[in-house]
Design a protein around this ligand. Structure first.
Ligand code: FA5
Length: 340
């Protein structure tokens, strides 16, 4: 009787197998209660009753196990169904990263100068952004009371330590280490610089410069012009011209500012039709700078320049606001994919 009721309860749709097991076979279960009654059974019947008891236990145990296995299998197939992957569905396109547009133009400039035999100064080692007043200004021929210090409004950290306002301190850092018995110094130093400029379409308080310097025997203004023309033609095309205008920097004499022609210039172009855009400062290295860095100005001469890659990128790609470069808007940045 117990066996029948147990079988039907186990097979019923919403049976909770674990609960049933306790109820039937547990310490206080129905079968256990039945077997506990054995002591009241007549001795000659005990064996038969015991056998029936065992039979009932076995049947119930097997049935419970079967039911449990079936439930587990059903759960597994339900899970598999839910996790099924439709390999024919269109995938989500992975976003592929790329160097920032400013890094791209700096890379282009680096490649060009590597081709001309320049070394590229590692900006994590020999070109610190947190500089001393000495390297940023004094060694660049700008003593403490020099009026030209006002040309670059400076973020000071302490009276002696500042965020560099230009990459020019790398001139001194390179010169003082250079061994001239091995040939001239030819280096470029790309990096970040900082000024307390008010941000607008063409000014950013943090921007980039690529410093360049050549110091050796018989280096002349013609070398400077040829070098700058070559990099401008690399960036803007073979037919673009450059022009030098007199300017002033304390660390160069003479100093120039360089314009590049906005359009291509052919032999037929009238000079008055050329539109010029200023891109950098440069000049012949001041003897004081050489002297302070332990280089004999009687023996060696040189030139230096400071390019502004932010402005160059604006020109090259027609970007009308420098702040775009620093907003990190992927929609803007992904336009400049150098692989096309
Ligand atoms: C200098 O910083 C000099 N150290 C350049 C130099 C080097 C001259 C070696 C001679 C020899 P200037 O302050 O003009 O010069 O800056 C150089 C270039 O940096 C500018 O032509 C411009 O392209 C860029 N620049 C200057 N200020 C900003 C700014 N706030 N935001 C973006 N670009 C700037």
């Amino acid at each position: 009787q117990l066996k029948q009721s147990a079988v039907s309860r186990i097979n019923s749709q919403d049976a909770d197998i674990e609960q049933l097991r306790v109820k039937l076979l547990g310490k206080k279960g129905e079968l256990t209660a039945l077997l506990k009654g054995m002591k009241d059974v007549a001795a000659e019947n005990r064996k038969a009753v015991g056998e029936i008891g065992n039979d009932v236990r076995q049947t119930i145990t097997e049935l419970l196990a079967e039911k449990k296995a079936a439930e587990a299998e059903a759960a597994l197939s339900k899970q598999l169904e839910a996790e099924k992957i439709d390999v024919t569905m269109p995938g989500t396109k992975a976003l592929i990263g790329q160097p920032h547009v400013l890094q791209q133009i700096i890379d282009e400039i680096e490649q060009h100068f590597l081709g001309l035999g320049f070394q590229v100064i590692d900006d994590t080692v020999d070109s610190p952004e947190v500089e001393t007043d000495e390297y940023n200004f004094e060694r660049e021929n700008l003593p403490k009371d020099h009026p030209a210090r006002d040309m670059q409004d400076t973020f000071y950290i302490t009276p002696e330590i500042l965020l560099r306002t230009q990459t020019s301190p790398v001139q001194s850092r390179s010169l003082e280490k250079h061994d001239f018995s091995k040939g001239p110094l030819k280096m470029i130093a790309p990096g970040k610089v900082y000024r307390r400029d008010t941000d607008d379409a063409t000014h950013s308080h943090q921007f980039h410069q690529v410093e360049g310097m050549v110091v050796g025997e018989n280096i002349t203004m013609a070398d400077l012009k040829g070098t700058l023309l070559s990099v401008m033609q690399e960036l803007f095309g073979e037919k673009h011209q450059i022009r030098m205008r007199p300017s002033y920097f304390p660390f160069t004499e003479p100093s120039v500012e360089v314009d590049v022609s906005w359009d291509e210039v052919t032999p037929d172009t009238k000079p008055e039709d050329i539109k010029w855009i200023e891109v950098l400062g440069a000049g012949m290295t001041h003897p004081n700078v050489l002297r302070m860095d332990g280089v004999d100005p009687e023996k060696y001469s040189g030139f230096a320049f400071g390019l502004g890659p932010d402005r160059l990128a604006m020109l090259k790609y027609g970007v009308d606001d420098i702040r775009q470069f620093y907003l990190n808007d992927v929609r803007f940045l992904s336009q400049f994919n150098r692989k096309g």
